[in-house]
Design a protein around this ligand. Structure first.
Ligand code: SF4
Ligand code: SF4
Length: 303
């Protein structure tokens, strides 16, 4: 019997917590898996995992309006009704246009056309650590949530084709649309935080989001030794909310060196303090995933 496909997403309340570095490290330990880089506004997992692009597909993110000057009677209704101020002097600013279609509806002359617009490209890469699906979003495009959802769908299709049992998702920081696209339908959310006051606050918001969607979550405290008092606060809050802490990584200068050299930590610095802690963390995550029902709707208590 084939193993069910499991999905684990790595998130953080804000950028710069080490989320992508950890995801790249997990990719080295995970074996047969597909990795989805859903941080589509700042996609950089491939800088660490490298690999060759096998395919690239344009992503149609939505519609854009266009005014035919030959049919336009210059009544001004489209400009008046556009909530996004995307029409000025009877010209559509495609960066501002959200494709809502109101101008098309209100135009009495049938002068507004809506056409599909390319918002970015989706890439499938073969890397030494498994297939990576990622994307480039065109500047100013508003559909990062839709693009993140598409990246996940392509990664899932790849995993099914390859008979892989895991999709590892590198989610965007924060709690916006692409985060929601990254977390919904996953089995487990791993939230990376740092021991700072704002880190604790951002962590709470992501935990609330995971709770809202019924996704079990667990926490990694990165650089936990830099601020022991703040780390203890996070530990207390996790205990209060019955959230598992799956990893406590120490500050380690080799992590920064690995990034500068464009390599995952387990490849650049195997056996370093942070790498050992990262490997233990991955084992904890896998143990937790084994205890989590597919699409798990329960909060899991500590290991
Ligand atoms: S489609 Fe919507 S956002 Fe775009 S120009 Fe028309 S009214 Fe404005
Ligand atoms: S609503 Fe139609 S006719 Fe009127 S200004 Fe806009 S495009 Fe021209």
């Amino acid at each position: 019997m084939s193993m069910p496909l499991r999905q684990v997403v790595v998130l953080s309340g804000k950028g710069g917590t080490g989320k992508t570095t950890m995801t790249a490290g997990f990719a080295c330990y995970a074996g047969k898996q597909v990795i989805a880089d859903c941080d589509v506004d700042a996609s950089n997992l491939s800088l660490l995992l490298q690999g060759e692009v096998r395919s690239s597909t344009p992503f149609i993110g939505g519609l854009k309006a266009w005014i035919d000057p030959d049919r336009c009677s210059r009544c001004g209704k489209c400009e008046e009704h556009c909530r996004f101020s995307a029409i000025k002097d009877l010209k559509v600013d495609s960066m501002a246009c959200e494709g809502c279609g109101v101008c098309h509806i209100v135009c009495p002359s049938g002068a507004v056309e809506l056409s599909e617009a390319v918002s970015g490209d989706i890439f499938v890469r073969d890397t030494p650590y498994g297939t990576v699906v990622d994307a480039d979003m065109l500047p100013g495009e508003p559909n990062s949530g839709k693009l993140a959802a598409r990246v996940r769908a392509v990664a899932r299709e790849e995993a099914m084709l390859q008979g892989a049992s895991l999709v590892l998702v590198d989610g965007p920081p924060g709690t916006g649309c692409p985060v929601i696209s990254s977390i919904t339908g996953t089995d487990l959310a791993i939230i990376v935080t740092e021991p700072t006051v704002s880190g604790g606050h951002d962590l709470s918001r992501v935990v609330d989001l995971a709770d809202h969607f019924g996704i079990p979550c667990a926490i990694i405290i990165n650089k936990h030794d830099l601020n022991p008092a703040q780390s203890e606060d996070i530990e207390r809050e996790c205990a209060r909310r019955e959230i598992t802490i799956v990893g406590r990584l120490p500050f380690d200068e080799l992590v920064g060196e690995a990034i500068i050299n464009g390599q995952p930590l387990p490849v650049y610095a195997p056996g370093s303090p942070a790498e050992i802690a990262l490997r233990d963390t991955w084992e904890n995550i896998m143990a937790l995933l084994d205890r989590t029902p597919p699409g798990g709707l329960v909060r899991l208590k500590g290991l």
